[in-house]
Design a protein around this ligand. Structure first.
Ligand code: F6R
Length: 240
């Protein structure tokens, strides 16, 4: 694991964006695996700025996202489809037809998982962006998820519902389920780029990097991937 410790969220975001921009510059047909949440917002801002100022083009880039809430349509302002459009896709020249997320309002969710798994077997990300849950989750692979899991329907834990409730009017509005790439899908990416900031993640960061590989802390599986870069801010690195 290549661990980079930065001063703060801004520096972390610049570093992560630099890595992603280089992937696209080296391969204009790259497949990007993308994440939502607070962690990559600054990274996406830097990518948008670079697109505006330096013209890095995403015209031929394809993307696959980690996850989506069940029950939120793409125009719901807390859906991950909406998040991706407002934080990145609308600010760069990517063709929306080349962007992919699980559909959390598909009539048959089991079929939707099959469709997404088939897609992921075709589109292996050159780099998969990840955030880290305070309980060690990646995507919505909560503690206890088998490390061989593929895209599946997830019952979110109370911990994750509470963490995510900050973005909703009340905790009752947070969806209780999501569709998520499985751990195995994530490990199929050619490389992984994780961004983590904040003291509340420090314990999970320590377990991920220094602990044993265990489904109890799904991110620990990244120790087994040959090309992982983890960009931390000082607070997230404080227990290393
Ligand atoms: C988001 C995702 C989640 C988040 C994680 C951290 O697509 O899959 O695993 O990366 O919950 O969230 P933030 O960045 O909001 O702390």
């Amino acid at each position: 694991m290549n661990v980079i410790i930065t001063e703060n969220y801004e520096e972390m975001s610049k570093k992560a964006a630099e890595i992603l921009i280089n992937v696209v510059k080296n391969n204009p047909n790259a497949v990007l695996g993308l994440a939502t949440g607070s962690s990559p917002i600054g990274t996406y801002e830097n990518m948008a700025k670079d697109h505006r100022e330096n013209g890095t083009s995403y015209k031929n880039v394809k993307s696959v996202n980690l996850d989506e809430y069940v029950g939120l349509t793409a125009d719901h302002d807390q859906s991950y489809a909406y998040f991706m459009r407002t934080n990145l896709f609308d600010k760069i020249d990517i063709d929306l037809k080349n962007t992919n997320l699980p559909n959390g309002v598909a009539p048959d969710l089991a079929k939707e998982c099959d469709r997404y798994n088939a897609l992921l077997n075709e589109l292996k990300p050159d780099v998969q962006v990840l955030g880290l849950g305070s309980n060690g989750h990646i995507g919505f692979n909560e503690p206890g998820t088998p490390l061989c899991s593929v895209t599946h329907l997830v019952d979110l834990t109370e911990n994750t519902i509470k963490d995510n409730s900050r973005l909703f009017a009340s905790i009752d509005e947070v969806p209780r389920q999501a569709l998520s790439m499985g751990v195995k899908n994530i490990m199929q990416a050619k490389s992984i780029l994780m961004v983590v900031s904040g003291k509340n993640k420090a314990k999970a960061v320590k377990g991920m990097i220094k602990g044993e590989v265990t489904p109890d802390l799904p991110a620990s599986v990244l120790q087994l991937h040959p090309f992982v870069t983890i960009v931390l801010d000082k607070d997230a690195a404080s227990e290393l």
